[in-house]
Design a protein around this ligand. Sequence first.
Ligand SMILES: *Cc1c(COP(=O)(O)O)cnc(C)c1O
Length: 364
Amino acid sequence: MSPLSDRILMGPGPCNPYPEAVAALGRPMLGHLDPEFIAVLDETNQRLRTVFGTTNRLTFPVSGTGSAGMEAAIINVLGPGDVVVIGVNGVFGNRMCDVAGRAGAEVVRVDFDWGTPVDAERLLAAHPNPTAIAMVQAETSTGALSPLADIGANKGDALFIVDCVTSLAGTPVELDANNVDIAYSGTQKCLGVAPGLAPLSVSDRAIERIKPKPQSWYLDLNMIANYVTGGGARAYHHTAPISMIFSIHAGLAVVLDEGLDNAITRHRRCGTMLQDGLEKRGFELFATEGFRLPQLTSVVIPEGRFGALGEGEVRRTMLDRYGIEVGGGLGDFAGKIWRIGCMGHTARERNVALLLAAIDELSA
Ligand SMILES: *Cc1c(COP(=O)(O)O)cnc(C)c1O
């Protein structure tokens, strides 16, 4: 049994966090209104603007995981009487439809085959004047990357809402260049921090469209938007998860010290090494060529590849013997594909080499 202290997390997330982000969790506690903490928070928000590629004033980590960011992004601008067009090419587009439907919005769902990208033309043609258009940039359930530029450039008056949970810091997101109005992410994917926060960024255009009374009290952005746009004072809303803020602050420093472009290049290098290595071994990659995420590789597991061992047993053996975690398929693809993550601190050539060697060892 490999020790629990050195798992190599090559699933769809969490990744291995950067050691600096882990160490920061142990910083001495500060009060959430302590000026020293406020300074860390302000610096965190500035670092988030850099990795998001935006000047959006309302940019901060929502308390909660990526899904809390999704809810915050949706329920603040969508409710009864609104129409939202949502591109669905996997689990997380589907989750967006669920959240928007619960908020009372009319959901125009545009489905694409799993593994393929969201097509801009079909998405834009789905409704003449929706309140918002929403999609997932990096579908973690399939490993497909969907381009943002054409949709952002042609969205008209609609707000453009983008899920950047798996893309941020692993693939360029460039919110301002892509005309994105609201984006959210998570900490445990390419940012290389433990799960627990949802970086969120909202354009001034979208701030003007925040509902006076969104469906949720906790995720209502009005108080913080008022503060950010200058009309209000900083005041108690809920206690910030101080230690997690210290941790994301440190994780962002690692990314920015390396350089955002260099971090993205490292993810690409590891993804290419993994995907080339799998193809060389006769595996078929699941996502459409040209739209494959480097940070999440989906691969078809041929029956009999590992002799008598089923794919679940192979993953279990890899975990027990080598300490390597890889993810299984979701939905219709459970038992058929693996999802292999190379995110954050996990995105290292040595981890890819080890995984490929483990696959060789276990192949029949
Ligand atoms: C992981 C993920 C989420 C959900 O994030 P949680 O932190 O699990 O709540 C949403 N969207 C995408 C694309 C993801 O990969």
